[in-house]
Design a protein around this ligand. Structure first.
Ligand SMILES: [Zn+2]
Length: 225
């Protein structure tokens, strides 16, 4: 297995999103990419039965399966579009986690209402535009294009309208962490607006301060390395 390490990482990431409580039934999938090869969850295989051997490897450029005996996740074309459009992405997590999906179904961007959100996402998490009915023939690839259009440089997540979140990161561990953070802040935002529908977004300066103390060249959160 030439891509054994990548497939092992993806098996671990798929188990991690289940353990984090982000997966309902078999809704969801994690993938990772390296050197033009994407590894992704197989279609319809229960998470409990996922092994590195069951993970499918595809050529990002052609979309052809190059390793593995299973069919790839039906969302593979969505993941492929994002890896082609954003070469800096190392891994993608898609789930139907409850709160992030509620915002996606409402068709509402997730506003930054507090510092928990600002620690992970530098602003609102965008939501995609409705798909044109002409795009439904290539539904999964069109979904990828809609995500790419909605995505912003500073927020590694997009809510697909009527569907659920797609979240990414530099590697599988970071994508999983971002998916967990998104679900947490989506729940907090819903509760916050239930208590105080009139509350505004977090002050822009506070948002910047919280984001940049954890990310980028001026970060100072945590222990020195
Ligand atoms: Zn889905």
């Amino acid at each position: 297995m030439k891509h054994a390490e990548l497939r092992r990482e993806v098996a671990v990431a798929n188990r991690a999103i289940v353990e984090a409580g982000l997966v309902v039934l078999t809704f969801g999938n994690a993938s990772a990419v390296r050197n033009g090869v994407m590894a992704i969850k197989p279609s319809g295989v229960p998470y409990a039965e996922l092994t590195p051997e069951s993970i499918v490897a595809l050529d990002v450029e052609s979309g052809a399966v190059i390793e593995g005996t299973h069919r790839p996740s039906s969302d593979a074309p969505t993941h492929l579009v994002l890896y082609r459009r954003f070469p800096g992405i190392g891994a993608i997590v898609h789930t139907h986690s409850r709160f992030a999906t509620a915002w996606a179904q409402a068709g509402r961007p997730l506003p930054c209402l507090g510092t928990t959100h600002a620690d992970h996402f530098r602003g609102a998490v965008p939501v995609t535009q409705p798909l044109d009915t002409a795009d439904l023939g290539e539904y999964e690839a069109s979904t990828g294009e809609a995500i790419a259009t909605a995505a912003t440089a500073d927020v590694p997540a997009v809510l697909v309208r009527g569907h659920g979140p797609f979240v990414w990161g530099a590697d599988a561990a970071e994508a999983v962490e971002n998916a967990i953070a998104l679900e947490a802040v989506a729940g907090m935002a819903l509760d916050t607006l239930a208590l105080a529908p009139e509350v505004g977004e977090l002050d822009a300066h506070l948002l910047e301060r919280h984001f940049t103390r954890k990310h980028g060249p001026t970060a100072y959160y945590g222990q020195p390395t």
